[in-house]
Design a protein. Structure first.
Length: 150
């Protein structure tokens, strides 16, 4: 539908609800290819930049990750392949209580050149984050020491 549509979405899934696809996207915007309305559909909880390809999602509940990140959702943006200007290629932090998305780990896209493509995020029981990258074949370990993020 273009560079900015449809948005990628985060949905809070509840049993028995319909989240629109393929008839609606985002905050219940009707797809013009379909005649079925959106009135009985559940809108997205949060819209994300289109074509970011959010693949891996994980909540942090570990005791050793910084306390200010406790309970937050982290999302791996695998990155665009069909957008005029590339987007994604990073890890974002979603502050659910504030409906706010902010960059957490970047550097996989530099001057339009792809250096990596984050795929998934896993936290171990202590709260250390592991990020897989299917472009480089690497797994990154992200943790905190007394000085901050390492």
């Amino acid at each position: 539908m273009g560079n900015d549509l449809p948005p990628d979405e985060i949905n809070i899934i509840k049993e028995g609800r319909h989240y629109g696809w393929p008839y609606c996207y985002g905050r219940n915007v009707q797809d013009p290819e379909f005649s079925q309305g959106c009135n009985d559909k559940e809108p997205s909880f949060m819209d994300l930049q289109a074509h970011s390809a959010p693949l891996g999602l994980a909540f942090n509940y570990g005791k050793d990750f910084h306390v200010s990140y406790y309970g937050d959702l982290f999302v791996a943006y695998h990155g665009s392949w069909n957008r005029k200007e590339k987007t994604g290629y990073k890890i974002v932090r979603v502050k659910l209580g504030e409906n706010k998305v902010e960059d957490f780990a970047t550097g996989w896209l530099k001057d339009g050149k792809v250096l990596g493509r984050p795929v998934d995020i896993v936290f171990d029981r202590n709260g250390i984050m592991y990020v897989s990258d299917d472009f480089t074949g690497m797994i990154y370990r992200i943790s905190f020491d007394r000085k901050g993020l390492i």
